[in-house]
Design a binder for this molecule. Structure first.
Ligand SMILES: CC(=O)SCCNC(=O)CCNC(=O)[C@H](O)C(C)(C)COP(=O)(O)OP(=O)(O)OC[C@H]1O[C@@H](n2cnc3c(N)ncnc32)[C@H](O)[C@@H]1OP(=O)(O)O
Ligand SMILES: CC(C)C(=O)C(=O)O
Length: 505
């Protein structure tokens, strides 16, 4: 019988450590709910001691999650562990995740602790965490550059102290698949107690080997894999969840390993994360890249026309890739719309449904064919919307290749309608300048991009604006069949986020 391994998702903790990938509370809750829909076993929701905001967001995420374990990270410090426990007070299935580095370089230069002190502290802190919570994970940070005998000693102590999962991470993405397999096999042999609990790995991608190392670890007998959606994470990122899960799924014939992941939720999870962070997935990314199922050359196309399996090792449907099915049109009613939302995995309140239905009708008026992707984009965006402190009422553009563009914008702030005119190189830049005039200050535009949600002349334009202030990036998104309108909405959305989170303006 196939063995089932656990998927521990750390998109909201290690993933959020990725530059430019920070998320606000609403976005984290929406992402956590999507992870639950995808059926991950554990959601690492954050590092409570990092800030009161992090602690609060773990509490709020916990309130919304029923089926997954929620983990909170802590250094081997009593105060961190107390905060982690406080952050988990609403969790149905809480896990405290304590970590301490075990490699000579980390112990000497970072922790300034002797191996003996690390041994004592690990045992003491796991004992303390266990007095609060039954489910305790212990991670030996930089395990792959640690001495195997020393690690075995640490693991013996923390397992006796009550750890229920031991994580053996490749913190700096240093190891290779063969070496990791040998290393894990050796450590399991030296510390037989490991066989009585869950053994986990957490692989980074510094050499591009995060997924390969995770798969080698499964072969060596580990029972939990730590990973992130789209492989985001510190530096070059973490092992990508979708790649690990689909490798095991596609090569079940070889590994005979299963996960509990609903693979049809993979594309939606990837899209939602990109939508939230504004970080796009590279087109040739395995599984979720735009080209992952595209066949460009004649010989391939010929093969696929005769039999898809000539060049496709998994079906697009198995990862939830919508094959552009026409779903609804402007004559569709509320029941059909609600039914579609249920199929897509959404549960909306009546108020949310009313709002989404109105947006859908507006879209169906402008766009001939409405696809699953369009509806997903509309609804997932609505769920992470912040209050509209500024709102676009209307705009007029005067532009061409022989004149400087002029934008006239009317924007609502509270009960006031403010109109401003600005000129700029191109209609979008002129519009952004007009918004700055409305708020009375210059903003730093970190990045701007525009893509289409689906194909076709009437496709929805998806604009992403990244505004930077005091080192923080605020990502705004705008969706419209008119690309200038979507750009203006995206800019105002980023501005609203900045105000909502920071009250800076
Ligand atoms: C491999 C990983 O991904 S680990 C997780 C990384 N995530 C983060 O760092 C989250 C964001 N971090 C933060 O907000 C801050 O670093 C905080 C709040 C956690 C700590 O901030 P500060 O107290 O100012 O410490 P700072 O970050 O400068 O240094 C880390 C301290 O923790 C110690 N430390 C590091 N890891 C551990 C550990 N696992 N257990 C105990 N102490 C540790 C370091 O030795 C250093 O101690 P020192 O202050 O006595 O010299
Ligand atoms: C805290 C641990 C698990 C970690 O993030 C790492 O080792 O990379």
């Amino acid at each position: 019988m196939a063995k089932t391994i656990k998927i521990f998702d750390t998109t909201l903790r290690d993933g959020e450590q990725s530059p430019g990938c920070s998320m606000n509370l609403k976005e984290k809750i929406e992402m956590a709910q999507q992870l639950e829909r995808m059926n991950v076993d554990v959601i690492e929701a954050g590092f409570a001691a990092a800030s009161p905001g992090d602690l609060h967001s773990i509490q709020e995420i916990s309130k919304h999650i029923k089926n997954c374990t929620v983990a909170s990270l802590a250094r081997a410090h009593k105060d961190d562990i107390d905060k982690a426990w406080e952050s988990l007070k609403f969790a149905e299935k809480p896990r405290i995740h304590v970590f301490l580095a075990t490699s000579p370089i980390h112990m000497e230069y970072k922790l300034k602790m002797t191996p003996e002190e690390v041994l004592i502290s690990s045992e003491k802190m796991v004992t303390y965490a266990k007095s609060l919570c039954n489910d305790i994970e212990f991670s030996a940070e930089d395990a792959t550059r640690s001495n195997v005998d020393f690690l075995a000693q640490v693991f013996d102590k923390v397992i006796k102290a009550g750890a229920t999962t031991i994580n053996i991470p490749d913190t700096v993405g240093y190891t290779t698949p063969d070496e990791y397999y040998d290393f894990l096999t050796a450590i399991i042999e030296k510390c037989p107690a490991l066989k009585t609990i869950d053994i986990s790995v957490h692989c980074h991608n510094d050499l591009g080997l995060g997924v390969a190392n995770s798969i080698a670890a499964i072969k060596a007998g580990v029972t939990q894999i730590e990973c992130t959606v789209n492989g985001i994470g510190e530096r070059a990122g973490n092992a990508a969840l979708e790649e690990i899960v689909m490798s095991l799924n596609t090569r079940k014939d070889y590994y005979d390993i299963e996960t509990r992941i609903d693979t049809r939720q993979i594309v939606r999870s990837s899209n939602l994360l990109s939508r939230i962070t504004g970080v796009k997935v590279q087109p040739n990314k395995a599984i979720v890249g735009a080209n992952a199922f595209a066949h460009e050359s004649g010989i391939h196309q010929h093969g696929v026309l005769n039999n898809k399996e000539t060049y496709e090792i998994m079906t697009p449907e198995s990862i939830g890739l919508d094959t552009n099915r026409l779903v609804l049109g402007k004559h569709s009613g509320r029941h059909a719309f609600n039914d579609k939302l249920t199929q897509l995995g959404y549960e909306l309140t009546k108020e949310e449904l009313d709002m989404a239905f109105k947006k859908f009708k507006d879209l169906a008026d402008k766009k001939k064919d409405v696809y699953d992707k369009d509806i997903d984009a509309l609804v997932s965006r609505q769920k992470i919307e912040v209050p509209k402190i500024f709102e676009l009422i209307n705009y007029v553009i005067n532009s061409g290749n022989v004149i400087t563009s002029t934008a006239t914008l009317t924007i609502r702030k509270g009960d006031n309608l403010i109109e401003e005119v600005a000129v700029g190189e191109g209609p979008i830049y002129a519009s952004f300048k007009a918004i700055e005039k409305v708020i009375g200050k210059d903003l730093e535009l970190d990045d701007f991009s525009l893509t289409s949600v689906t194909e076709g002349e009437d496709a929805l334009g998806d604009a992403v604006v990244r505004l930077k202030e005091n080192g923080r990036v605020y990502v705004g998104r705008g969706l419209s069949t008119d690309i200038i309108e979507s750009s203006i909405i995206a800019y105002i959305n980023a501005l609203n986020k900045m105000m909502f989170e920071n009250e800076t303006i």
